[in-house]
Design a protein around this ligand. Structure first.
Ligand SMILES: Nc1ncnc2c1ncn2[C@@H]1O[C@H](COP(=O)(O)OP(=O)(O)OP(=O)(O)O)[C@@H](O)[C@H]1O
Ligand SMILES: [Mg+2]
Length: 455
């Protein structure tokens, strides 16, 4: 139950306020002057202080305002509501500036029930803010650095470097194929940095059109283009004090690259349609699945921006290049998704694990995650067996015994056979056949075309 301290020299009003709060089951203490209030505040924490402005004793006409400042200095979480009979707009401004939640004028907009309602509203808001904080931190649970798993020396080196660079303000460029864990590493660096309590703001540079991307990144001024009805803050401003994660930086249009270069050099920019420079304190982490060096060579990417971004370079190895990680990751995903699938699978059988380790994983860790999720749904024993794995993964088995072109041909034949089998079993339903094969529908259609199964 929230606790409340009421400071009011008018006894009948004080008792009325006390009664009303008690009726709402709040915990209430009441005092008649600022001295007694300070003593009470020194003894314990109150969630809310309701105070008059003019009271006998020290501070006199401004006793309530002084009390407000003392509380905010020592216990900033305490909500303060000021009420006064002598309304003075200067006092009101001062009170709000000093952190008061409300400034109520007795007589005008004041009655005890209004005060109680305002207090309850303030408690609710505070609760919501706390929940948001928890929510924000739980969002990163998925990216909890302690949940990044590896066994391989190559990943160990990546993590070592990430830990080393995290506490600095250095710009970091993370390169690696799709699904290798670039975003996860970006989150880890942020979480291990002194900026961890500030926001990590993500921008996906590839999916937005040039105009939208520019105003997402830098914000815009009111009226800067049709539809810009209000001023909007960009992600750089939202990330102030924290980190911005520029995903797929390689796909950023040239004009925006120029603007990014300036932010990296001078930590300032202008909003779209604006003339006043906005200063920010933001750490930049960028990721790309293309080689930025190559893009810079072929003049698709500004070379100067490449050098600015590439202060520390973290290259994530493909999963094929670190097969030692496959068993731990498989077990980890199994534990993560077991309860969703309502299965009490204990693990991956040795045969199935053999296939997982041999497979090439073009989609890297994300593909492994999907394969385990799907296997959990299909499996009905204690262990995940080869039959629970997609055809692509199962094919590895015999293909390994063959070599070169023969292998490719054999793989293709087997793949075609597996597709036909799935289509037969699903009576021609392509979506279900795709699910059975662990492919998405577009990939299935592509493969059906390739094998001449459809036009
Ligand atoms: N070492 C790891 N330990 C645990 N989970 C991992 C690891 N690496 C990747 N993952 C998981 O694999 C999935 C893909 O990772 P992430 O999104 O970070 O990859 P990405 O490189 O950003 O991919 P894309 O290029 O497609 O955006 C996520 O669900 C992530 O949690
Ligand atoms: Mg990503």
């Amino acid at each position: 139950m929230p606790s409340i301290l009421v400071t009011e020299d008018n006894e009948s009003l004080r008792k009325a306020i006390r009664e009303f709060f008690l009726r709402e089951r709040f915990e209430v203490e009441d005092v008649a002057d600022a001295d007694a209030a300070l003593a009470a505040l020194g003894r314990r924490h109150f969630d809310l202080l309701v105070s008059d402005v003019r009271m006998p004793g020290p501070g006199g006409n401004r006793a309530g305002l002084e009390l407000l400042k003392r509380v905010k200095a020592t216990d900033p979480d305490t909500i303060v509501i000021i009420m006064t009979a002598y309304s003075d707009s200067d006092d009101a401004v001062e009170a709000i500036r000093a952190g008061a939640k409300e400034y109520l004028k007795k007589g005008e907009d004041f009655s005890v029930p209004v005060l109680v309602a305002k207090a309850k509203q303030a408690f609710e808001e505070q609760q919501l803010q706390r929940e948001n904080k928890v929510l924000r931190s739980s969002l990163s649970v998925h990216y909890d650095p302690s949940r990044i798993l590896w066994r391989s020396p190559r990943m160990a080196a990546v993590m070592e470097l990430s830990k080393k660079v995290a506490p600095t303000n250095s710009t970091v460029l993370i390169e690696g194929d799709s699904g290798t864990g670039k975003e996860l590493v970006a989150h880890a660096i942020h979480a291990l940095s002194p900026r961890a309590n500030r926001p990590l703001v993500k921008v996906h540079c590839a999916v937005l059109s040039e105009g939208v991307l520019e105003s997402e990144l830098f914000g815009h001024e009111k009226g800067s283009f049709t539809g810009a009805h209000t001023r909007k803050q960009g992600r750089f401003e939202l990330a102030d004090g924290g980190t911005i994660f520029l995903d797929e930086i390689g796909d950023t249009p040239w004009h925006i690259q120029t603007k990014l270069l300036r932010v990296l050099q001078e930590r300032e920019f202008e909003r779209v349609g604006g003339t006043v420079p906005v200063k920010v304190d933001v750490r930049v982490i960028a990721a790309t699945k293309h080689s930025l060096r190559e893009l810079a060579r072929s003049t698709k990417f500004r070379e100067d921006l490449y050098f600015r971004l590439n202060v520390v370079n973290i290259l994530l190895p493909t999963l094929r290049d670190r097969p030692e990680d496959i068993p731990v990751l498989a077990q980890f995903f199994l534990e993560r998704y077991r309860s969703d699938a309502r299965k009490d699978s204990r693990g991956v059988s040795p045969d199935a694990m053999g296939l997982l380790v041999k497979y090439a994983w073009p989609g890297n860790v994300r593909e492994l995650e999907n394969v385990i999720q799907r296997a959990l749904v299909l499996s009905d024993g204690e262990w995940i067996e080869p039959r629970d794995l997609p055809a692509d993964v199962r094919l590895g088995e015999d293909a390994l015994a063959l070599g070169g072109a023969e292998l490719a041909r054999s793989r293709e034949e087997q793949e075609k056979a597996a597709i036909l089998e799935a289509l037969t079993l699903e009576r021609g339903n392509r979506s279900r056949a795709a699910a059975r094969l662990g492919l998405n529908r577009t990939t299935l259609l592509y493969k059906m075309k390739k094998y001449g199964l459809i036009q």
